[in-house]
Structures are given as structure tokens and as C-alpha cells.
Design a protein around this ligand. Structure first.
Ligand code: BG6
Length: 486
């Protein structure tokens, strides 16, 4: 069945940088259902041609050598524009007529993509419902029910997420709702599930008996740039931890679902979040670390006495049989040494160190590193014998790289899943709320009690040295290694 994809926030950054390039690539690969059309909605007065011209400039910039003028021309024939205001009910009525005109009486799967700022999510949802574009109970049944895609951030704390969920549920059934976390669209994140559940060798050792701890790092080289106004209110905790890092933790820690189906997968993720006990204020002071890079306060629209953290580390415990006593260290920051998102599983030392006395330095425990990006792949650190050197041992690596020339962008996979109605890689209402339940007490300790203290770090580093000391209190160290790009 053809689809009609309506994008709210058509003149915004996300649309030009991510959504339209992803749709173009899908079109080029022949993956979009025949007859799929895109309709942009925003306040800017423009006609179809003007919007197409804007998008073409943005797409060229994003796609580089992948952009073909000829393919774009074909794709752009199905790209349309509707000027309107999310605040006005009559603009939704006009949008409805426009959609119906484009569909010309044909059945189509409608997708409403909220790529606006979060302050418009509730209004847009209400506008769609008010105009009857939510379509629940329409002829055509469940498969034809319109879908609503909601970008991040989904709320700024538990109360606002609950409010937004309530508004969304007033007009849409949960099965129509797709809350985006683009990390779940990354090939390497999905590969964690394949690694764990399509190989028999990992599952038996994936537990407290063999694993000492887990480190999940999302380091970014880039700084806050021109996003000062948003970032200064959000900070690293809301920008990266509540969504992306929690999702990485869930796929690492979850039990095998009975099948790869939205309900089963999301039930298992929810169970993980449910086992993480929210911190008391004392625990938040002890088990979290926060810092800000030098010069952050000089960004446009950032307060000159801002206490917003651009770097944080959090130690969480997953209180169940599999993970009892295994700390999960989550860490993320901007303006760091390099871009590297990785999950490191550190195994325990062998119970008896036969060769230890013959070594110049301590024998390293085994580490499995899942490199999410860049240099996408997996490597396993093993100990092996140094040839012709007695029983001297050294660390070697079994290294696997995805060698495809270009991995698909997360948005390609996610958009296709929305079109086919598969919500496995999207966050469910309870998942988002449980995640906020863990984040809220940390945010309160930082923002209301001012603990732990805010450290300052130099740009281009792995965060302040104090973070290494914070980790050393547990007798552990961070894996600060930049991926080698070939
Ligand atoms: C976004 C955050 O959700 O994720 C950004 O708002 C961050 O601040 C980005 O830079 C990171 O995504 P990726 O795919 O580049 O790792």
C-alpha cells in the first residue's frame, strides 16, 4: 500500500539533515512502497518547488557522492508542501484536505512525523486528533491506522513524559505510536541482539558469574555548537542518558525475548529498567559524576554561570539474578578526545593466575568491546603467549569489522519500520517513563542539591582526571581508547 508521510517541522534541521536524505536513499534502493509521498508542514510560506529546492541543497550536502540529480528529480515529484500553524485547528482541517487530494481516494498508510521542537508535540497531537487525522476506527482496519512518530526529547522529566503520553493516548492507540530513539536504528545496536541471541557461546557467560562490570561510553568530539538554548536546559543527562544510553544498557542486559516482535522485545527491556532502583540523594551524590568543558559558558544562549553538565558518568545496578553485583558504568560527554560509542564487557580474572608471577605487568582480564561507531565492529581481548619468550603472556585481539562500504543510516531502518508497522525498535510509553524514573532523582540531586560537585575539563580529553579517580575507588579503570579508522 502507498504511504503518505506528513512531516511537521518541515523547514527544520532534522528534516533536511536526516529524514529527507534517509527517504531519498530508501527511494534509491527501491525500498519505499510504490506511490509513497511526502508532505512537509511548517509555518514558512513556501510552495512545493521552493521546499524541493531547499531540500535538494540540504540533501546534496548530506549525501555527497551518493546524490544523483536524476534520482532526486524522480523522488522530488512526490514531495509536496503545506504551509500551516500547529496552533491553529483550521490549518489541520486544511492539511486533511490536502492529504485527501494527494491520495485521490486511494487507500494509503498515513504517517505523521513530529520533527518539531518538543514544545509542539502535545499541540500537534491534539491538532491531528481534532481534525480526525488520528483515524482510529476508520475503515481499513488496524493495518491502515495512521501512525504518529514522535522525536526526542520525550518529556524533560517523569511528570512531563506522563503528561505527553496521556495526550498522545487521548487520540492514538499505543500501537499507532512510534517514539524515536535513533540509537536503536543503528546497525551495530541491533547487532548486539544478534551477537547475544544468535550465538550459543555468549549467553552462558553473560552474567554475574563471569562478568566483572560493563562500561557504556558515548564520547563525542563535537561540542554544543549552536544548540546552546536547548542544551543548557537539557544537559548530558537528558540529552544522552535518558534515551540512548539507557537503550544501550537495556539491549546489553535484557533477557532473550521469546520472539523478535515489538511486544516481546519491549517487555524484556521494560523489565531491565524496572530492576534499576532509583537513587536516594546520597546515592546520587556518590554514584554519579558530572563535569562541564572549558569554554562551554561562552556558547551563544548559554548562561554565563551555567551549571549544566556536558559530561557525566553514572554507576547503575541491575538488581536481578543475572546481574546482581555487576556495576554498569554509563558515561557520555561532548568536546571529548574523539568520537567513540562503545560497550565494553569486562570479564572476571581467571580464578587462579598460573602465569602471573612471570609477567612484568598484571594480566589483563578478557574484554569484549562492541564498537557502535565509528569503526563499527566487535573485538575480543584475549591473552596469548609471546612466542619464544618462556610463558610470557600478552594481550591480543580477535577483531571483527563490518566491512560494508557504508552502513545504512539509523533513520532509514526506522522509517521503513514505521511504514511496515513494526515498533520493535521504538520506545513504548512505559519504557520512557521508567527511564525518567531513574534519571529524575539524579537530575534533582544535581540541580537542587548541587551534588556531586561540577568539575571542569579541558576540551579534547576523556573528561576530568577526577573521573578516573572516581572509577578507581571501585578498583576499576575506564577504557579510554579511540577507535582506529581504516
Ligand atoms: C542526539 C543528541 O540525540 O544524539 C545530540 O541530541 C547527540 O546531542 C546525538 O550529538 C548523537 O547521535 P549520534 O548518532 O551522532 O551518536
Amino acid at each position: 500500500m502507498p504511504s503518505t508521510i506528513v512531516i511537521f517541522g518541515a523547514s527544520g534541521d532534522l528534516t533536511g539533515r536526516k529524514l529527507v536524505p534517509a527517504l531519498y536513499r530508501l527511494h534509491r534502493k527501491g525500498r519505499l512502497p510504490e506511490g509513497t509521498r511526502v508532505l512537509g508542514f511548517s509555518r514558512t510560506a513556501m510552495d512545493d518547488e521552493a521546499w524541493r529546492a531547499r531540500l535538494s541543497t540540504a540533501a546534496k550536502e548530506q549525501l555527497g557522492g551518493d546524490f544523483s540529480q536524476e534520482v532526486w528529480r524522480e523522488f522530488a515529484k512526490n514531495v509536496h508542501y503545506h504551509a500551516g500553524d500547529i496552533e491553529r485547528a483550521e490549518d489541520f482541517a486544511a492539511l486533511k484536505s490536502h492529504v485527501e487530494k494527494l491520495e485521490a481516494g486511494q487507500m494509503a498508510t498515513r504517517v505523521f512525523y513530529l520533527a518539531t521542537g518538543p514544545e509542539f508535540f502535545e499541540k500537534a497531537t491534539g491538532g491531528l486528533g481534532g481534525a480526525g487525522l488520528n483515524g482510529v476506527g476508520q475503515a481499513g482496519g488496524e493495518t491502515a491506522a495512521p501512525r504518529i512518530v514522535i522525536e526526542k526529547p520525550f518529556g524533560s522529566d517523569l511528570a512531563s513524559a506522563q503528561r505527553l503520553n496521556a495526550v498522545v493516548h487521548e487520540f492514538f492507540h499505543e500501537r499507532q505510536v512510534f517514539r524515536i530513539d535513533h540509537y536503536l536504528g543503528k546497525e551495530t545496536v541491533q547487532n548486539i541482539l544478534v551477537l547475544r541471541f544468535a550465538n550459543a557461546i555468549f549467553e552462558p557467560i553473560w552474567n554475574r558469574r563471569y562478568i566483572d562490570h560493563v562500561q557504556i561510553t558515548a564520547a563525542e568530539e563535537g561540542d554544543v555548537g549552536r544548540r546552546g538554548a536547548y542544551y543548557d536546559a537539557a544537559g548530558v543527562l537528558r540529552d544522552m542518558f535518558q534515551n540512548h544510553l539507557m537503550q544501550l544498557l537495556c539491549v546489553t542486559a535484557m533477557e532473550p525475548p521469546s520472539r523478535f516482535e515489538a511486544g516481546a522485545v519491549r517487555n524484556e527491556k521494560v523489565k531491565v529498567l524496572d530492576t534499576i532502583r532509583p537513587f536516594t540523594p546520597e546515592e546520587a551524590a556518590r554514584f554519579t559524576f558530572r563535569a562541564q568543558y572549558e569554554g562551554y559558558r561562552k556558547h551563544e544562549r548559554v548562561a554565563n554561570d551555567s551549571q549544566t553538565a556536558t559530561f557525566a558518568a553514572v554507576r547503575l545496578g541491575v538488581d536481578n539474578w543475572r546481574w546482581q553485583g555487576v556495576p554498569f558504568y554509563l558515561r557520555s560527554g561532548k568536546a571529548m578526545d574523539c568520537r567513540s560509542t562503545q560497550i565494553m564487557i569486562q570479564f572476571r580474572q581467571p580464578p587462579h593466575l598460573l602465569f602471573a608471577s612471570r609477567q612484568e605487568s598484571a594480566i589483563q582480564p578478557n574484554r569484549l568491546v562492541i564498537q557502535i561507531q565509528p569503526a563499527e565492529g566487535i573485538y575480543l581481548q584475549l591473552q596469548s603467549k609471546v612466542p619464544d619468550a618462556g610463558m610470557k603472556v600478552r594481550t591480543t585481539e580477535l577483531d571483527f569489522r563490518f566491512c560494508e562500504r557504508r552502513l545504512p543510516e539509523a533513520y532509514e531502518r526506522l522509517l521503513l519500520d514505521v511504514l511496515s508497522g513494526d515498533a520493535s525498535l521504538f520506545a513504548r510509553a512505559d519504557e520512557v517513563e521508567l527511564s525518567w524514573r531513574i534519571i529524575d532523582p539524579i537530575a534533582r540531586a544535581w540541580e537542587e542539591q548541587g551534588v556531586p560537585p561540577l568539575h571542569i575539563y579541558e576540551r579534547g580529553t576523556w573528561g576530568p582526571a577526577e573521573c578516573g579517580a572516581w572509577m578507581a575507588q571501585d578498583g576499576r579503570e575506564w577504557l579510554d581508547v579511540c577507535p582506529v579508522l581504516h
